[in-house]
Design a protein around this ligand. Structure first.
Ligand code: GAP
Length: 517
C-alpha cells in the first residue's frame, strides 16, 4: 500500500476506534490540535506510566515534578526562546501556502534517500542471498550519484544554517528546483524567521496586563526548580528531575496528524552533572533511552540515531532518536547536552545563585545538564504506525478473510481483557460481570455482549485488546472459560481462578522494564 494511503488508513482507524478525534470537530476542527478519545487516553496514560516508571521509579537519583504551564516572562528571555525560538518560513506566491524552509529541503533530501533504498531493494531481489549491501552501496553508480547529490545539498544546507543565512537557504531551495506541493510552482518569497511561542495576557487588560507565554517546552519548569528540588530532596549530583506535561508551539507547518501539533505533551528529564562529565552521561542516556524504545518490541530497524545538523543555542552535543513513520524517518526523541547554559542564564536574569556545593571537593559550580526529551504524542504515533496490521485469516469453512488487528504492546493496551458472554441469557452475562468484578482492580476490563462472538473478537482486535474471555454454558458448570489470544487467535480453556495470573504474565509493565534494567 502507498505510504499516503497507509497513513490515511491509520488516521481513520484512530478515529473509528475512539483513539483520536480532531479538536472541535463539530465546528470543522482546529488545525493541528487533537483530542484523545476513550481508548486514546488509556494508551497515553500507559505510555506515561512506562516512561515515568523507567525514569523515576527505576532510578534512586531521579525525582519528578509537575510545574505550571505559565511562567514568569523572564524565564523565556533567559532561555533564549524570546530571541531565538524561530523557524525559517517561506511562502509560495501562487498557492499562498506557507512552509518551513528547512523542512522543504529535508523532504527533498529524503527523495534521494528513497531512490537509493529503491535501488537496494531491487538489487536484493535480483541477487538474493548473494547480495552484499555494503559493497553495492559503495560501488553502484546510481547509488553513488544520489549519495553525492545528498552530500552536496546537505553540506550547503548545514553551512546556511550555521551562518543563519536565510538568503542561502532560499538560494538552495531554488537551486534544488523545489516546487510547492500544492501549486507545483517555484515562485517563492524570501525566507523569514517566525517565533513559535504563543502569547497571552496575565491579569486585566485595562490595568496594564503583562504579556506571558504558553511554555514551548517543559524543561524550563525543571531548571527554575533546580535549587528547590536539590535542597528539599537533599539530592547529590549526579541527579535528575523528570516531568511530563503540555507544551505549545505555533507551528508553521502543522501537518502529519499528531506528529506536529500546536498543543502537545513532552516527557523530559534534566540530568544535572559535574562539568566535564557531561559527555559520559550523554552517551549513557543515549543508550538507556534507545533501550527503552526497543523494549516495546516494535521492529528494531525502525529506530536510528541522527546527529543534529545544527546545534541549538544551548547545546554542545545533540542526537535524535528517529523513528520510521509512514512518511519516513523523523525525530521522536532528542538527547541534548545543554551545558550550563540554562542555569547560568537563569542565575543572571533572576539574580539568584543556582550552584551546587560539592562536599567532596569543597567546590561550588553551576551543574551541566544532559536532557532527554521525548514527545508523548509522537510515541503514540509510533505505536499506531507500527502496530495496526491487516491480516489474512482462514475461516472455519476454509475460506479466507481479513482482520484488522492493532498489535499494541500488551502492557500499553487500553483494555487488557474483554469478557464476552456467549449469549445474553441463562445467567451468562451475570457470570461475566462476576469475573470482571474480581479482575477490575488489576486490569482495565470491558464487558461486551452485543453481536456475534466473531464480530466481538474483531472489534477487540481492532482496539488492540490482548485477551478475550468467553463465558459459555460450560462455565456455569465447571468454572472454566475460553481465553483467546489477540495475536495468535488461539483459544484455550482455563479455570477462572487462573485468569489473573495468565493476564498478568502477558500485560505486566514489569516485563518491559526488566528488559531495560
Ligand atoms: N526541551 C528540549 C526540546 O523541547 P525539541 O526537540 O524541540 O526539544 C522534544 O522537542 C520532543 O518534543 C521532540 O523530539 C518531539 O518528540 C516533541 N515535539 C516537539 N515539537 C512537537 C510538536 N509540534 N508536536 C508534537 N511533538 C513535538
Amino acid at each position: 500500500m502507498a505510504q499516503d494511503d497507509q497513513f490515511k488508513k491509520l488516521i481513520a482507524h484512530a478515529k473509528e476506534y475512539g483513539y483520536i478525534f480532531q479538536s472541535s470537530e463539530i465546528y470543522d476542527g482546529l488545525s493541528a490540535v487533537y483530542d484523545y478519545g476513550q481508548y486514546g487516553v488509556e494508551l497515553k496514560n500507559n505510555i506515561k506510566k512506562y516512561w515515568w516508571d523507567a525514569m523515576v521509579k527505576m532510578h534512586e537519583n531521579i525525582v519528578g515534578i509537575d510545574a505550571a504551564i505559565f511562567m514568569h516572562p523572564l524565564v523565556w528571555k533567559a532561555s533564549g526562546h524570546v530571541d531565538a525560538f524561530n523557524d525559517p518560513l517561506i511562502d509560495n506566491k501562487d498557492s499562498k501556502k506557507r512552509y518551513r524552509a528547512d523542512v522543504l529541503i529535508e523532504d527533498h533530501l529524503a527523495k534521494y534517500e528513497q531512490k537509493i533504498e529503491k535501488e537496494i531493494t531491487k538489487a536484493k531481489k535480483r541477487f538474493g542471498d548473494d547480495f552484499n549491501e555494503k559493497q553495492f552501496r559503495e560501488t553502484n553508480p546510481n547509488v553513488l550519484r544520489n549519495k553525492a547529490k545528498i552530500d552536496d545539498i546537505h553540506g550547503k544546507f548545514v553551512q546556511a544554517l550555521e551562518n543563519d543565512n536565510l538568503d542561502d537557504i532560499k538560494n538552495l531551495i531554488e537551486e534544488c528546483e523545489i516546487a510547492c506541493p500544492v501549486s507545483g510552482s517555484k515562485n517563492w518569497t524570501d525566507v523569514r524567521q517566525f517565533n513559535l511561542m504563543f502569547e497571552t495576557q496575565l491579569g486585566s487588560v485595562a490595568e496594564g496586563a503583562s504579556k506571558i507565554y504558553l511554555r514551548p517546552e517543559t524543561a524550563q519548569g525543571i531548571f527554575v526548580n533546580y535549587l528547590n528540588v536539590q535542597k528539599t530532596g537533599r539530592m547529590k549530583i549526579p541527579f535528575g528531575i523528570a516531568q511530563i506535561g503540555k507544551a505549545f508551539r505555533n507551528e508553521i507547518v502543522a501537518r502529519q496528524f499528531i506528529f506536529r501539533m500546536r498543543e502537545f505533551e513532552q516527557m523530559e528529564m534534566q540530568f544535572f552533572v559535574k562539568p566535564g562529565t557531561e559527555m559520559e552521561w550523554f552517551e549513557h542516556w543515549k543508550e538507556v533511552r534507545m533501550k527503552w524504545h526497543k523494549a516495546l518490541g516494535l521492529p528494531e530497524e525502525k529506530y536510528r540515531f541522527h546527529a543534529h545538523d545544527k546545534l541549538a543555542h544551548y547545546a554542545n552535543a545533540a542526537f535524535d532518536i528517529e523513528f520510521e513513520f509512514p512518511f519516513g524517518f523523523k525525530e521522536l526523541e532528542g538527547i541534548h547536552s545543554r551545558t550550563d547554559f540554562d542555569l547560568t542564564q537563569h542565575q543572571e536574569l533572576s539574580g539568584k545563585k543556582l550552584q551546587y556545593f560539592d562536599p567532596e571537593s569543597g567546590e561550588s559550580f553551576v551543574p551541566y545538564v544532559v536532557e532527554t526529551s521525548i514527545g508523548l504524542d509522537r510515541t503514540f504515533l509510533t505505536i499506531l504506525s507500527a502496530c495496526i496490521q491487516d491480516e489474512e485469516v482462514k475461516k472455519e469453512n476454509g475460506e479466507s478473510d481479513t482482520r484488522i488487528v492493532f498489535k499494541i504492546p500488551p502492557a500499553l493496551a487500553p483494555i487488557k481483557l474483554a469478557v464476552l458472554p456467549l449469549v445474553k441469557k441463562d445467567g451468562l452475562p451475570e457470570k461475566a460481570r462476576e469475573i470482571i468484578d474480581s479482575l477490575k482492580f488489576d486490569f482495565t476490563c470491558q464487558f461486551d455482549e452485543k453481536d456475534s462472538i466473531g464480530r466481538r473478537y474483531r472489534r477487540q482486535d481492532a482496539i488492540g485488546t490482548p485477551y478475550c474471555i468467553t463465558i459459555d454454558h460450560q462455565t456455569l458448570e465447571d468454572d472454566t472459560v475460553t481465553i483467546r489470544d489477540r495475536d495468535t487467535m488461539e483459544q484455550e480453556r482455563v479455570q477462572i481462578s487462573e485468569l489473573a495470573q495468565i493476564v498478568e504474565d502477558k500485560v505486566s509493565m514489569k516485563k518491559l522494564l526488566k528488559k531495560i534494567f
